[in-house]
Design a protein. Sequence first.
Length: 50
Amino acid sequence: MPSRSRVLLAKASVLAGIAVAASLLIAIPGYLYGRAVAAGFRPTLPPAGA
């Protein structure tokens, strides 16, 4: 029978892996969408007299 600390470490590792995977599934499409939206804007500098 495994010790309590090994079981907790295993649970924490699985939870961390799931959290990283879920955050990547959310962050990557959001980043790509943000780049697509930002590409539509062409910011310009204000005129010299402004």
